[in-house]
Design a protein around this ligand. Structure first.
Ligand code: ATP
Ligand code: MN
Length: 477
């Protein structure tokens, strides 16, 4: 007999005479009640064992973590908390789990301990829920763009362009470390490397994405990106997934509209499709917040916070206005910020971003028109000659979730800018072709998928929303 998923059994509309379920034991109480989970839902199904007619050896093997198969009938539950349960007729142990050794005991584990056991943490309620929400969110990403006619583009993971400009890169090489081939002046001779040139893991698919937008109109990427930055924060990974739409003929306002509409759609999609998981994660967050000082607790429970983002307009504020707000703010005057804001042109640190979002506006904020010299070379210069059409979206508890811009479409201005920054024209000859042939206004943004998952799940460390996190000094599994 084919086994039925626990989710389907729990959602059954009738009792069923004969069913089979397979899964892992969460708990076993009174030699009689198994809480069985198979990952299809956060909810366990209760399996009632006829312990008088089950051999002791079998009962002893029903331990937390064991894989079992139960055959029996789906009956109305006499106990509280569930509508149906399984009256077990036949129980088979598929895989034992030594109760003394299984690390995922039915008790509260620290998130640090669970990270060290990332291969097993997914068997806990919280991580099962997070990973299901992550999966649903990634489907929602595709669903949003596909409905709107965007073309999904797989930009290269090994990039031959070292001017992506978004961060430090990991080298990709097949050269030996001993007797590395060198040029006459002692530099590594990449001509002898696998690709005959220097290559890296991509930090962003944007530049390649732009070339596709200038043919297909509306495109998006959704793939892994890599940054060798030594930033050991709760918001940075060395390997993360990024979503990068790029749209021909969109200006910065269209770009902000797209980003806001997109985020609202995927958040709503998760709320509509992950009810049980989000309810569980909301409880987890509320519990976690109790251990924080009052001032650091979030003002809304998780689902209310998600509803707030779905139902309210993001506040759009220019960089210049933001600087004025920050300069006059209490933490700035009282020198509570680590970086004091004195003048226009300052780069905003996460403390400033969080002040704007969490204390001042109390809602998601889109900052736009940043000073040119703190932003990337490809951003469209404004008529004032000193700001660019950049926008960052800042979220409560997260900080920057989106970074985007209208792109500089004017060949001469772009080349000028590259020159000033020492970026060689010949390195980006193909990129410049988009401006040589049929250039047009276009815009796009990058959204860090894990930061989105952080927000939706209410988790606080980015290492807890990706299956196997890669961070400085950590690449286990
Ligand atoms: P930050 O200032 O937070 O370091 P950034 O400005 O370097 O980010 P961008 O280059 O604009 O980031 O990348 C676009 C988006 O990718 C960011 O808005 C963020 O959501 C995400 N992102 C960037 N770096 C990381 C990282 N190391 N780990 C996870 N997500 C990241
Ligand atoms: Mn950015």
């Amino acid at each position: 007999m084919r086994h039925t998923k626990v989710k389907d059994l729990l959602n059954s509309t009738t009792t069923l005479p004969e069913i089979n379920a397979k899964g892992w034991v969460r708990t076993f109480r009174n030699n009689q009640f198994i809480a069985l989970n198979d990952g299809s839902t956060i909810n366990n199904i209760q399996c009632v064992v006829d312990f008088e007619n089950t051999p002791d050896e079998t009962l002893k093997r029903i331990t937390t973590g064991a894989a079992i198969s139960v055959t029996g009938s789906l009956v109305e539950s006499k106990g509280a908390g569930q509508k149906y349960e399984i009256q077990v007729n036949k129980l088979e142990i598929l895989g034992d789990s030594d109760a003394e050794k299984f690390p995922m005991q039915p008790k509260k584990h620290s998130l640090e301990f669970l990270r060290e056991n990332a291969h097993l943490r997914v068997r806990t309620n919280a991580f099962g829920a997070i990973m299901r929400v992550r999966s649903v969110l990634s489907f929602a990403v595709h669903s949003y763009f596909q409905q709107k006619g965007f073309v999904y583009v797989n930009t290269p993971i090994i990039t031959g362009s070292d001017a992506e400009g978004a961060g430090e890169m990991f080298k990709v090489t097949a050269l030996p470390f001993d007797n590395t081939p060198r040029t006459e002046d002692g530099k590594v001779n990449y001509k002898e490397d696998f690709f005959g040139k220097e290559t890296n893991l991509t930090v962003s698919g944007q530049l390649e994405g732009e070339t596709f937008a200038m043919a297909l109109g509306q495109i998006y990427t959704f793939g892994p990106t890599f940054r060798a930055e030594n930033s050991n924060t709760s918001r940075h990974l060395a390997e993360f997934w990024m979503i990068e739409p790029e749209v021909a003929f969109n200006d910065l306002n269209d770009n902000m509209d797209l980003a806001e509409d997109f985020i609202k759609y995927v958040v709503k999609y998760a709320v509509d499709h992950c009810g049980d998981d989000l309810k569980f994660l909301e409880g987890r967050l509320t519990e976690e917040e109790k251990s924080k000082p009052q001032a650091e607790r979030s003002e809304m429970p998780l689902l209310e916070k998600l509803g707030f983002v779905m139902d309210n307009n993001f506040k759009r504020v220019s960089y210049t206005e933001a600087i004025d707000i920050l300069r006059d703010s209490t933490p700035n005057k009282k020198k509570k910020f680590q970086y004091i804001i004195n003048e226009w042109g300052a780069d905003l640190q996460s403390e400033h971003e969080r002040y704007l979002v969490e204390k001042h506006f109390k809602c998601p904020v889109i900052l736009f028109d940043y000073p040119a010299n703190i932003k990337a070379f490809y951003m469209r210069l404004n008529e004032d000659g000193k700001t660019v059409r950049a926008m960052d979206i800042l979220f409560p508890g997260i900080g920057e979730i989106v970074g985007g811009s209208q792109r500089e479409e004017r060949f001469d201005v772009l080349v000028e800018k590259m020159k000033a920054l020492g970026i060689e024209e010949e390195d980006l000859w193909w990129y410049l072709d988009t401006r040589r042939f049929g250039s047009a206004v276009h815009s796009g943004f990058g959204l860090g998928f894990e930061r989105l998952v952080l927000f939706v799940t209410g988790m606080t460390n980015i290492r807890d929303v990706i299956p196997f996190p890669r961070t400085p000094m950590n690449a286990e599994f």
